[in-house]
Every structure is written in structure tokens, then in C-alpha cells.
Write a protein that binds this ligand. Structure first.
Ligand code: ZN
Length: 448
């Protein structure tokens, strides 16, 4: 088990790391400042984000890396009992070989030790891909991205071992959600990039199609959609055109915005039946819930809070059209665990197009993963689920996250064996499948 490769079909690492293969700069910008799991906990206990190296949008001071590290170390005890604490312990001990517990006293030594490691060739991004046995990892890419780093990766010589290893994912939220920061400007940029008229619904859809194809050309096998809900719609072209017109003018009301997002999801599903991209839906995060933090620092600062999601009613228009289409595959995620057994497992256990992604974000913990297995497997079986998905920008925590998931799966399967609900050889087969094959199959990722 421990020697099986890691398959990472959804995540948020920066493709630049693997394209340039430059050393990571310092411990703080690698492990603290960009990790909103980390900053939100410290913020909740009164640590200003500036003290962790986060710079306000309008400019202003932020702590230097060593000072921010000292603040982080002095508060590291806050992560006791949390998955972030477990992952960071793994990173410190397994990746960097630190033996002392991180606190105020050990802050400087650990900063120096990690800094020295990062200067060494074996801690460069590509060397770590090898060390972590990452077979394939995907990034998250806007339709507005020129995908320059993925072009750079695709042109690397074969001896780098990088062919097909870092793949893009098409994530169009910034041009399909009228509530997204800068929506109208983003759509205008999409028009400029594709040479299409964004005031015409058909052209708008064609531009999205063009960018999907550009992403596919660089190896993408999936899309991802971070919508506030799982609402979908199936509208006629005229109605959709009217919604787009008002969205671009900034006059669309909240129900109209939801309708437009819902229509785009159905259009994305239609495109998936044609180009084969596996569609991932990550709904239910009330993004930027903390208005002050959002205004001061921007997105992804830890102020996203889960809300309830209705999948059964929300997805019906989309499933009415494509739920039985053998060309269509959709992976559902949730932050609302009340839907595990009531909605998600029955949906995925019936519609051929649907698969369940593993516990996500606030639920990717030991207890969250166990609750998921107990709630869904009796209805979905294992084949209607994907393998584990680390879904992180914290690159160095990826082995820890997969390790925890594999241990949880072993524990769950061991219980089934002890209860005589499974034979031991069946459990072995399942756990190997969950560790790597499931994700290869569901996400069409060829084995290297
Ligand atoms: Zn994600």
C-alpha cells in the first residue's frame, strides 16, 4: 500500500513550480501564507493575517518570512486534533526530518533547517514529485489563462520524466458566475482571447468550448465547477441570451444569476458529452462569507463557509438531459454531509453518469472520511466512487493526505472483514483499487 503511486486528479498546485523547477523560496511562503486551512485557524484566535505574511490588496506591510514563521510556530498548538496538524507533523517529520515539536523555542531552528533543505536539488518541485511517487497531478486553470506553464511542461524533453505528469483542469467559474469578482471584465477578456462576440449567447458558449479544447490539447481530462449550489437549468436560447445580457450589464438579480449559472452547468455537461471531459461539481461553499476579510485581502483567505445543498432537485434538469448518456461522467462533491446518504449515495448509486468524490475540504479528516464511507458505501458500492482526492495547494502535504485516506480505508475495510461482510482478499482488492486505480479509471488518466 505505502509503495503505490499517488494519483492526484484534482488540486491547486501551481504549474509554474513544475515548469520552472526552481527551488521553493522559504518555509513561510511554502507552508503558511498560502494555506487558508492554516491562516483561518490562526485568524480565528486573533492573529492578524499580515502577521502570517498575507499582504492586503491595497498594499501595506506584511511580516517577513522569518517573523511570520515565528508567529506560526508560537501558535502551532492550535492545530492539535485537526487534520492540518496531522499533515504538518507529517511534512515536518517525513519530508524534512525534523524531530523537535514546533513551538516558540524551536521556531528559528526549524526555519533554518527547512530553508537549507529547500536549497538542495532533492527538494526542487520535480524531485519531490518523484519522491512522493506522484504519478499524475492536475492543476486548476482559468479559461483566461494562456496555459503558458503547461505549454512549457509539454515541451520538456522525455528524460525529465514529466510527460503527461502535470495536467491542466478547465475551471470556468470566473467567466460563468456573475457574482465572481470582475465577471464582466473576465467575460470581455474571454471574448478578446477567442475572437468571439460575448454579447451573443452562442458565441459565448463557443468561446468556452474553444478554451476547453485548448486545455484538452495540453492533456486535461476534466473540468471543475465551484458553484454556490447544485442548481441546474435547461432553458431555451432566448431566455439564456436575456440572462447573459443582464449579467454583463450588471442588472441581473440574484435568482437570475442562479438561473444563468445553472444553465451554464447544463451547457458544460452537453460539451462534456462531446469532448469527453469529466465534469466535477464542488458546490456549497458560501465563498467570502467574511466580508471584511474579502474586501481587505481578496479571495481564498479562509472566509469560505459551507451551506446546505439540494442535489436531488438541483441536478434534475441536467440529469434529465445527460444522466443516462454513456459519454457523460460527473463527479459530485459536498461540504454538506447531511446529503451523503439522503441524496448523493442514492443519486450515484443509480445514474450511470454520476460518481461520488471523496470527502472534501472541511470533511477530509479521519472522522469525516469514516463518516463518508459508513454513510454511502452501502448504497453506492465502491465502483460509484472515485479514489481519494487531495484537493490542495499545499504540495508538501499531499503524501500525508493520501496516507491518512489509505489508513482510513484500511480501517473501514478491516471492520467489514471482521464482521464477515467481506473476505480478506476482497478487502485487499478494494483497497488497492481505491488507492490508485479508481481515480485513473474515473478521470481517464492513463497509467504511466
Ligand atoms: Zn479544489
Amino acid at each position: 500500500m505505502a509503495t503505490l503511486p499517488l494519483v492526484c486528479p484534482h488540486g491547486h498546485t501551481d504549474p509554474r513550480w513544475f515548469a520552472d523547477d526552481e527551488p521553493f523560496e522559504d518555509p513561510t511562503s511554502l507552508l503558511v501564507t498560502p494555506d487558508h486551512y492554516v491562516t483561518r485557524m490562526l485568524y480565528s484566535q486573533g492573529v492578524p493575517l499580515e502577521a502570517l505574511g498575507v499582504r492586503p490588496l491595497g498594499g501595506g506591510d506584511a511580516a517577513e518570512p522569518r517573523d511570520a514563521w515565528r508567529t506560526f510556530a508560537a501558535h502551532f498548538h492550535l492545530f492539535r486534533g485537526t487534520p492540518s496538524g496531522a499533515w504538518l507533523h507529517h511534512v515536518f517529520g517525513e519530508v524534512f526530518g525534523l524531530t523537535e515539536r514546533l513551538d516558540e523555542e524551536t521556531a528559528d531552528d526549524s526555519f533554518d533547517h527547512i530553508s537549507e533543505c529547500l536549497d538542495r536539488p532533492e527538494f526542487r518541485p520535480r524531485a519531490l514529485l518523484d519522491r512522493f511517487r506522484i504519478e499524475v497531478i492536475t492543476t486548476t486553470d482559468s479559461p483566461l489563462s494562456d496555459l503558458a506553464h503547461h505549454h512549457q511542461l509539454a515541451s520538456l524533453p522525455p528524460e525529465t520524466g514529466m510527460a503527461g505528469r502535470v495536467l491542466p483542469t478547465f475551471r470556468p467559474d470566473s467567466v460563468v458566475d456573475p457574482d465572481h469578482d470582475g465577471y464582466a471584465d473576465n467575460v470581455a477578456a474571454l471574448g478578446a482571447l477567442t475572437g468571439r462576440d460575448m454579447h451573443r449567447w452562442d458565441d459565448y458558449l463557443a468561446a468556452l468550448w474553444d478554451r476547453r479544447q485548448a486545455t484538452i490539447a495540453l492533456g486535461a481530462t476534466a473540468t471543475d465547477h465551484g458553484h454556490p449550489t447544485a442548481f441546474t437549468a435547461d432553458l431555451d436560447r432566448g431566455t439564456a441570451q436575456g440572462l447573459l445580457d443582464r449579467a454583463l450589464k450588471g442588472t441581473l438579480d440574484a435568482p437570475g444569476k442562479e438561473m444563468l449559472r445553472g444553465q451554464v452547468l447544463t451547457e458544460m455537461a452537453r460539451m462534456s458529452t462531446e469532448d469527453g471531459l469529466v465534469m466535477q461539481l464542488h458546490p456549497g461553499s458560501r465563498r467570502n462569507h467574511n466580508r471584511e476579510v474579502h474586501q481587505r485581502y481578496g479571495r481564498d483567505m479562509g472566509g469560505d463557509i459551507p451551506g446546505p445543498v439540494n442535489y436531488v432537485d438541483g441536478l434534475k434538469p441536467l440529469l434529465d438531459r445527460f444522466g443516462n448518456d454513456p459519454r457523460f461522467r460527473m463527479v459530485l462533491f459536498t461540504l454538506d454531509e447531511s446529503t451523503f446518504s439522503r441524496e448523493l449515495a442514492p443519486l450515484a448509486g443509480h445514474y450511470p453518469a454520476l460518481f461520488l468524490g471523496p470527502p472534501w475540504w472541511f470533511l477530509d479528516s479521519v472522522e469525516g472520511m469514516l463518516r463518508f464511507r459508513r454513510a454511502v458505501i452501502e448504497t453506492t458500492g465502491f465502483a460509484n466512487t472515485t479514489g481519494f482526492i487531495d484537493d490542495t495547494r499545499a504540495f508538501l502535504s499531499i503524501p500525508a493526505r493520501h496516507d491518512v485516506a489509505r489508513r482510513v480505508d484500511c480501517r473501514f475495510l478491516a471492520e467489514l472483514v471482521v464482521d464477515h461482510r467481506l473476505e480478506l482478499d476482497e478487502a485487499h482488492e478494494i483497497v488497492t483499487d481505491l488507492a490508485a486505480d479508481r481515480s485513473r479509471v474515473v478521470f481517464n488518466l492513463a497509467r504511466s
